[in-house]
Design a binder for this molecule. Structure first.
Ligand code: PEP
Ligand code: MN
Length: 338
């Protein structure tokens, strides 16, 4: 941790910082510049010490951490890549994994048709929301328990593992009893009760990035899952909120290499929620693979025009089939396959 003193800080103010550090059994290195003093605080447990303890002292200009605050999700903690097993499908290996399906489970036929079509085109995991976190309480909230039953039924019939969102910490065990992988959505990335329960559920978890959260906050959220003993965490970049309004969210493509550098967890990209429009999905999907993503999660609806949720950004089965063909050479160029 680095404590920067204000210009002209008095020797007493510097001494007080040093005394505080010593009282916490931290090592101290003083760097007295011509008009500024910088105090480096050394110790193996500085991560547990709040920066505010020093920031409040008179004469302190700023306090900066050197060590990354996240631990279990960091590459320093684990240098090799984590490969997550979702119902027999490996995420983070050589194969680019494509998860596809409707935004929401609407009825048996819709889900069945979506599952058959996406599987035929090469998707290996089925998505579909039974519990939908909607901005308006008057919007369709999902079929809930009935939706979970349809997911389990379709999984058995079509033969694909399923991922579905859990929005309530009390529903983790219920959702886990039907799904192969849980999704924690953007709006819940910092729902710590939900993360804590999902960390103990025994199933892999896709953790979507909060649309107003930094990568550091995201990896700290992943640490909640890992700290609960769940090592099977997949990070999903799905776009963040910026000033740009020509897309639904701005996909932070640089998050992919940043995460690959700083974390051992697999990274997938959701081009659908970023784009907000089906015509933009293919380009974002190609870019994601080229940036080094381990997979994609794409919304596909048998009849997007009739979709109850997110129809505009959903691909038709034909468009999805065409996209899967387009992605093959991109994956190959990256030394991967789809
Ligand atoms: C979804 O996947 O349908 C969804 C609600 O995504 P997000 O949490 O990224 O908005
Ligand atoms: Mn959606």
């Amino acid at each position: 941790m680095i404590v920067e003193m204000i210009t002209g800080a008095s020797p007493k103010e510097v001494d007080d910082v040093v005394a505080k550090a010593q009282s916490l059994e931290l090592g101290v290195q003083l760097n007295q510049g011509t008009d500024k003093t910088v105090v480096a605080l050394l110790g193996s447990n500085t991560g547990q010490i709040p920066t505010d303890i020093f920031a409040v002292l008179p004469g302190v200009a700023s306090v900066t951490r050197i060590m990354k605050p996240y631990k279990l999700s960091s590459r320093e903690f684990r240098s090799g890549n984590t490969v997550v097993d979702c119902g027999g499908v490996l995420i983070g290996g050589e194969r680019i994994v494509v998860i596809a399906g409707p935004c929401a489970v609407e009825n048996r036929n819709q889900l069945r048709q979506a599952a058959r079509e996406v599987k035929k085109s090469g998707a290996t995991i089925l998505r579909g929301g039974a519990f939908k976190p909607r901005t308006s309480p008057f919007s369709f909230q999902g079929l809930q328990q009935k939706g979970l039953e349809l997911l389990a039924e379709t999984k058995a019939e079509v033969g694909m593992p399923v991922v579905t969102e859990v929005v309530d910490p009390h529903d983790v065990d219920l959702v886990a009893s039907y799904a192969d992988m849980l999704q924690i959505g953007s709006r819940n990335m910092q729902n710590y009760a939900l993360l804590t329960n999902a960390g103990k559920c025994g199933l892999p978890v896709v953790l979507k990035r909060g649309f107003a959260c930094t990568i550091t906050e995201w990896l700290l959220a992943a640490d909640y899952l890992l700290a609960g003993g769940n090592n099977n965490v997949v990070l999903c970049e799905r776009g963040i909120r910026t000033f740009e309004d020509s897309v639904r969210f701005s996909l932070d493509i640089s998050a992919v290499p940043v995460l690959k550098k700083n974390s051992h967890l697999p990274v997938i990209v959701d081009p659908s929620h970023a784009a907000g429009h089906y015509s933009l999905v293919p380009a974002i999907a190609r870019a994601a693979i080229a940036a080094g993503a381990d997979g994609l999660i794409i919304e596909v609806h048998p009849n997007p025009k009739e979709a109850l949720v997110d129809g505009l950004q959903s691909l038709s089965p034909a468009n999805f089939a065409a996209l899967m063909e387009e992605l093959k050479p991109v994956a190959e160029a990256m030394g991967r396959y789809i």
